[in-house]
Design a protein around this ligand. Structure first.
Ligand code: ADP
Length: 481
C-alpha cells in the first residue's frame, strides 16, 4: 500500500471517528434537551390544572382543559371512585385513550413519564395520582404527541449522517489529492535515482519550486549529493584521463631514447663482431670514431632517460598525495646558495643576481630541498632557452609574500602557450627538437609551489624573453627598513 493511500486512509479514519463522536454528541444533546423541555412543559401545565365538578364527578376545569389543548397537550382523568374516564376534547376528537395502569402499578407509575403508542403515534405521558385522606381519588394523565420532535430528530440524524458522509468523501478525495501532490516530488527523487542507477548521467537534478519544507530539504540534500558525486566523478575521470595521458606520454618519451640506444648498440655490435674480411671498407680509425660517437649518443640518451625517470618518479610521488616535511626555511641563505650554485650551470647567457639582503629574517614554511629544486628548474630553463643575453634573479617583498623573480632575455614564448607550460610533457613548439628537455620540469615546479601554498606569475614575449615570479607566503614579518 502506497504512503499516500495509507496517509489518506489514516486521516479519513480519524475524521470518521471524530465526526461520529461529534454527531453523536450533537444528536444526544438535542435529543435530551428537546425531551427535557417537553417534559418541563407538561409538568408545568399539570401543576396548573384546576378541578371542578361535572355532576357527581370531579373533572378538570374547562379553563384548564382549554389551556392544555391550546398547548397541544392531551389530558385524561380517571376516577377511582366510579371508574369513569374523562378525556379532553382533542382526545375524543382523535379517538385516543390512554391506558390506566392496574392498581398494583400505580405506585410505580405515579409522578412519572411513560411512552405510549397509540394510533401509530408516540405520546409522552405524565401521570399523577390525587388522593384524599390516603385514598386514591383521581388518576390524571397529560400527554404530548412526540411526532414533531421525532421528525425533527430524524431530520437532524439524516443531516448529520449525510453531512458526515459527504465530508468524509470530500475530505478523503481532497486528502488523496493533497497526499499525491505532496508525494509527487518524492516520485521525482525516485525517478532521478532510478535514472542514475540505470545510466551514468550524473547531471540529472530534481526540479522543485515548492516551499523549503521536509520534502524541499530532502530534494535540496539529494541535489547537493548529486552535485558532489558528479564533482567527484568528474575529478576521478579527469585524474584517470591525466593518468592515461601521462602513461602514454611517458612510454612515448622513453621509447625515443631507447630506440637511439638500441640503434647505436646494434651498430657497434655489427661493426665489431663481423669478421675482418666481411667488414665494409673501413679502417680502424674510422671505426673508432664511429664507435666514440655511438657511445656518446648512448650516454646522452641514458642521461636523458635517467632524468626522465627521476622526474616521473617525483610526479608519481606527488600524485599519490605524498608530501614532505616542512620547517621554517630562512630564505636569504637558501636563495644565496641557489644563486651561487647556478653560476656553475651549463650556460651561454650571463648570470646576474640582484640584492638579496631584503630576505634577511624572512622565512617560509616549507622544505629546503624541494624549494631549491623548484628554483633550479626555473633557472635551468632560463639558461636553456636563452642562447645569448642575460638571466637574472632578484627578490621582492609584498604584503606578506616574497616574490622570487627569474628573468631572461631568451627566446620567450607565445602568449597562448603559457597556460600549457605547466602541463606534463608539454614543450612549446620552438623548444621541441631544439633544446633537450622532458617537458616535466615546470609540472614538478608547479607542484612544489602549490604544496607551499604559493603561486607563479609568467610574463613572456616571443623573441624577447620570459620572466617567472614565484610568490610564496612568508611566516615572519619582514624587517623594517
Ligand atoms: P622542458 O624540459 O621542455 O624545459 P619544462 O616543463 O621545464 O620542460 O618547460 C615546458 C616548456 O615551457 C618548455 O619546453 C619551453 O617550451 C617552455 N619554457 C619553459 N621555460 C621557458 C623559458 N624561460 N623561456 C622560454 N620558454 C620556456
Amino acid at each position: 500500500m502506497s504512503i499516500r493511500l495509507r496517509l489518506t486512509a489514516w486521516y479519513t479514519g480519524i475524521l470518521f471517528v471524530t465526526l461520529l463522536a461529534f454527531s453523536s454528541a450533537v444528536y444526544g444533546f438535542v435529543h435530551l434537551y428537546t425531551y427535557e423541555e417537553l417534559k418541563q412543559r407538561i409538568v408545568n401545565q399539570v401543576d396548573k390544572v384546576a378541578f371542578g365538578t361535572n355532576g357527581f364527578e370531579i373533572v378538570p376545569s374547562k379553563d384548564s382543559a382549554d389551556r392544555l389543548e391550546a398547548a397541544d397537550l392531551y389530558m385524561q382523568n380517571y376516577s377511582f371512585h366510579n371508574g369513569q374516564i374523562w378525556r379532553s376534547d382533542n382526545m375524543i376528537y382523535s379517538g385516543l385513550q390512554f391506558e390506566v395502569p392496574s392498581t398494583n402499578n400505580i405506585a410505580k407509575a405515579n409522578n412519572a413519564f411513560t411512552r405510549v403508542h397509540l394510533n401509530g403515534s408516540t405520546f409522552l405521558v405524565y401521570q399523577t395520582a390525587f388522593t384524599d385522606s390516603n385514598k386514591l381519588v383521581l388518576w390524571l394523565q397529560v400527554g404530548a404527541n412526540t411526532r414533531t420532535i421525532e421528525q425533527t430528530l430524524d431530520r437532524l440524524q439524516s443531516i448529520l449522517i449525510m453531512g458526515s458522509a459527504a465530508t468524509l468523501v470530500i475530505a478523503s478525495t481532497l486528502g488523496l489529492f493533497l497526499a499525491r501532490k505532496s508525494m509527487k516530488p518524492i516520485g521525482k527523487v525516485t525517478e532521478a535515482a532510478d535514472l542514475i542507477q540505470k545510466g551514468t548521467d550524473l547531471s540529472v537534478r530534481i526540479e522543485y519550486d515548492g516551499p523549503e519544507d521536509e520534502i524541499g530539504q530532502l530534494i535540496g540534500t539529494f541535489n547537493g549529493m548529486l552535485e558532489r558525486t558528479e564533482g567527484f566523478y568528474k575529478e576521478l575521470e579527469d585524474a584517470y584521463a591525466a593518468q592515461r595521458r601521462f602513461v602514454s606520454d611517458a612510454s612515448h618519451e622513453l621509447r625515443t631514447p631507447l630506440t637511439t640506444i638500441r640503434g647505436n648498440v646494434d651498430l657497434l655490435q655489427k661493426m665489431w663482431t663481423e669478421a675482418p674480411g666481411e667488414r665494409a671498407n673501413m679502417d680502424e680509425e674510422t671505426m673508432k670514431q664511429i664507435s666514440a660517437e655511438a657511445v656518446g649518443d648512448i650516454s646522452d640518451e641514458a642521461k636523458r632517460m635517467s632524468r626522465l625517470v627521476s622526474d616521473m618518479l617525483s610526479l608519481a610521488r606527488a600524485d599519490t598525495g605524498q608530501t614532505f616535511e616542512r620547517d621554517p626555511v630562512p630564505l636569504q641563505l637558501l636563495v644565496e646558495e641557489v644563486a651561487r650554485r647556478a653560476q656553475f650551470l651549463e650556460k651561454t647567457a650571463e648570470w646576474h643576481v640582484g640584492e638579496l639582503s631584503v630576505l634577511n629574517g624572512v622565512y617560509v614554511e616549507g622544505n629546503k630541498d624541494y624549494l631549491q629544486q623548484m628554483l633550479f628548474i626555473f633557472i635551468e630553463n632560463a639558461f636553456k632557452y636563452t642562447p645569448e643575453g642575460e638571466v637574472s634573479l632578484d627578490v621582492v617583498l609584498y604584503r606578506g609574500q616574497v616574490g622570487i623573480r627569474i628573468a631572461d632575455t631568451g627566446i620567450g614564448m607565445d602568449k597562448d602557450e603559457v597556460p600549457f607550460i605547466f602541463e606534463r610533457f608539454y614543450r612549446a613548439d620552438q623548444s621541441r627538437g631544439v633544446t633537450s628537455g622532458t617537458g616535466l620540469g615546470l609540472s614538478i615546479a608547479k607542484w612544489i609551489i602549490d604544496e607551499h601554498k604559493g603561486s607563479v606569475e609568467v610574463v613572456t614575449r616571443r623573441g624577447e624573453g620570459s620572466t617567472f615570479i614565484i610568490w610564496l607566503p612568508t611566516i615572519f614579518a619582514p624587517p623594517l627598513e
